[in-house]
Design a protein around this ligand. Structure first.
Ligand code: AFP
Length: 306
């Protein structure tokens, strides 16, 4: 966590002055996801790799920005952890000063001296030993869990340290806001569309209509739901049922955080933490947030409610 916090301070430092030191815009490259790489994506990725390569804490790293896992050279200090991360989540926000985040997932490697194989990194979310995110918003926050609740720390720029600001975060059972890219509405299956229509119907007694809050940054939207309740959806589409978000370093870590805080995270048909992973950059639909809101979305998606 100290190393995660250090990398977070370095990324936050770059983000705060990005417009002044020519690190906005794109590198001209395309990553393994087929997405245009922003300069800040590359910088954040390099920061996390550098901070952990020499830490002696990890034996392998996997990043959204890198096709294959990174193993440390034989003679470098190695540790028992595997770190999987999305170095900069919300890349479409980099050049317009909108929220950004880093998402991380920690696995323990049980093999002794031999290096982990790629299969050792492709594990079910329930096997994570720690998970969390850095949120580069109006303040920089580190929110994480090691399986005993969720705690939030706010970076005090004056002293360069993270201070406990949100102890034992608990997600409200039900919210009044939803986060989804409504621009994709017509691509969604009928059950998903019916759920979004239902959220927008007026039923004062049931607390509807919900308000729409969508930032383009998964970390920022989930953070809002974690603290205030509600639901974030990046659902599967009719011709792309797997959705957009990545299982191992986006959905799994956020699912561990939200469920540790009493919320729920689902593909729409099964709990995220139970999804069998088969590929390093596997995508999965994600419905995450307040327990009652996610259960309601599942009922519509599964056709149990019309
Ligand atoms: P990028 O990091 O490629 O911008 O993707 C961000 C993200 O994974 C997640 O942070 C957002 O919630 C979601 O994608 C936004 O996707 P759309 O632009 O398709 O709504």
């Amino acid at each position: 966590m100290t190393q995660i916090g250090l990398a977070g301070k370095m990324v936050a430092h770059d983000l705060r002055r990005a417009g002044l030191i020519n690190i906005l815009g794109t590198t001209g490259e395309t990553n393994v996801q087929g997405e245009t790489v922003k300069k800040l994506d590359e910088l954040a990725n390099e920061t996390f790799v550098r901070v952990f390569q020499l830490s002696g804490l990890v034996c392998a790293l996997a990043s959204e920005e890198i096709e294959k896992p990174l193993y440390l050279p034989e003679n470098w200090p190695r540790g028992k952890y595997i770190l999987l991360f999305d170095p900069l989540d919300g890349s479409s926000n980099t050049d317009v000063n909108m929220p950004l985040g880093t998402i991380f997932s920690v696995l323990r490697y049980r093999g002794q001296d031999k290096l982990p194989s790629e299969a050792d990194l492709i594990r079910r979310g329930s096997e994570q030993v720690a998970a969390g995110y850095l949120f580069y918003g109006s303040s920089t926050m580190l929110v994480f869990t090691v399986g005993q609740g969720v705690h939030g720390f706010t970076l005090d720029p004056g002293v360069g340290e993270y201070v406990l600001s949100h102890e034992r975060i608990t997600v409200p059972a039900k919210g009044k806001q939803y986060a989804a890219n409504d621009g994709n509405y017509h691509k969604w299956p009928a059950g998903t569309r019916r759920y979004l229509d239902w959220l927008k119907e007026s039923d004062k007694a049931g607390g509807r209509p919900y308000s729409a809050r969508y930032s383009g940054c998964l970390v920022g939207d989930v953070h809002r739901m974690l603290l205030g309740g509600g639901v974030y959806l990046y659902p599967g589409e009719t011709d792309k049922p797997e959705g957009k978000l990545r299982l191992l370093y986006e959905a799994n870590p956020l699912a561990m955080v939200v469920e540790q805080a009493g919320g729920r995270a689902s593909t729409g048909t099964q709990p995220i933490l139970e999804v069998e992973a088969t590929k390093l950059h596997q995508r999965v639909p994600l419905i995450i947030g307040s327990r009652e809101d996610v259960a309601q979305a599942e009922a519509f998606i599964q056709g149990r409610t019309i």
